[in-house]
Design a protein around this ligand. Structure first.
Ligand code: SAM
Length: 321
């Protein structure tokens, strides 16, 4: 959740209004083809599959399939689907493209056991459940009861049934408890400064710099604790870490500290065709921004447990899908 203390009073609407409207198709309820047909019958113009980022500059009523994510449709900025039948019926989810990356990259197998550590309001959980085809177990935690209640409504609407929600501090979840003994995948999207949200970008001139730095240090320390905790689940294979922050203190610096403390894990190079990378030397990670990826500001890292034999070939994942 964006940390309100860090956010400025000024809200830069014009920048947010430039962002395409991204729509994730909920494959538990429908298919991309059916949604495309529905939208066409509704009077929208389908331009096919995008092949370059520039294609995503759409006029009113036009839409396309995204370049990178197979279940994502892209519409003109400000297209509003909140009253649309497909949204109310849970067939589509209104989710920024960058925020679809974590579940897509984690890619848990159907039937697997997965944790969404800081889950509410649940967009990424619903995406995980769709990738898992509702098979297996999705343990979702959040500290905030109100946000968890919103999440229950969203999950109900989207037809998810493999989840187990808990109003619990993830840092207090016992990795050695028998119920988590088969957890192989964790999605960790902890509270952050929210500095990547285009409509909430910081006007740092009016904010006390010392206060900002102290808040960032406290968030980074919490994020690192969550990461270390996630990596301590005994059967863990992969963990995806994400923030909607543009600050390296919450992103590359947290991941670097975590890798130093957990030498049994390595970074997986992901999506080689993605145009914006983590800051050097963490170029295996992804960054996102309105200028380079036409999304909100975002950061994603995929960590993987090294096999006992070590020296595993560093294969980029999800190059083709
Ligand atoms: C960035 S938001 C998560 C957004 C969510 N992943 C989604 O895609 O809808 C971070 C969440 O972490 C929760 N949170 C903060 N500290 C936590 C903790 N110690 N344990 C579990 N959840 C926590 C907050 O209440 C907030 O809902």
């Amino acid at each position: 959740r964006p940390n309100d203390d860090l956010l400025p009073d000024c809200v830069k609407r014009p920048a947010a209004d430039q962002l395409p409207r991204y729509v994730r198709v909920n494959t538990l309820k429908t298919t991309v083809e059916d949604v495309v047909d529905y939208m066409k019958r509704d009077g929208l113009f389908y331009l096919g599959q995008a092949s370059r980022l520039d294609d995503l500059t759409l006029k009113t009523k036009e839409f396309m399939r995204d370049i990178h994510l197979p279940e994502l449709l892209v519409f003109a900025p400000k297209t509003d689907f909140h009253d649309h039948f497909l949204y109310k019926a849970g067939h589509i989810i209104l989710q920024d493209k960058a925020s679809c990356l974590p579940a897509y990259l984690l890619n848990p197998a159907p039937g697997s056991h997965v944790i969404d550590a800081c889950a509410a309001p649940g967009n990424k959980s619903s995406h995980l459940a769709a990738i898992m085809k509702n098979k297996g177990r999705l343990f979702a935690f959040d500290l905030d009861a109100k946000r968890l209640a919103t999440m229950s409504t969203l999950l109900l609407r989207t037809g998810i049934s493999c989840q187990q929600l808990a109003n619990q501090d993830f840092l207090k979840v016992d990795p050695d408890s028998p119920q988590y003994k088969d957890v192989e995948y964790i999605l960790l999207d902890p509270s952050c400064s929210g500095s990547g949200m285009v409509c909430l970008q910081e006007d740092t001139s009016s904010v006390d710099q010392e206060k900002i730095q102290a808040r960032l240090a406290s968030l980074a320390s919490f994020q690192l604790k969550c990461l270390n905790h996630g990596l301590s689940f005994p059967q863990l294979k992969r963990l995806v870490y994400s923030t909607c922050s543009v600050h390296s203190q919450e992103n590359e610096e947290v991941v670097t500290a975590c890798l130093q403390q957990n030498p049994g894990f390595r970074l997986v190079p992901v999506l080689p065709q993605w145009p914006e990378r983590g800051l050097e030397p963490l170029t295996q990670c992804l960054r996102a921004s309105i200028t380079k990826t036409r999304t909100h500001g975002f950061f994603v890292a995929l960590l993987e447990k090294q096999s006992d034999t070590g020296n595993k070939e560093q294969e980029p994942v999800l190059q083709k899908r």
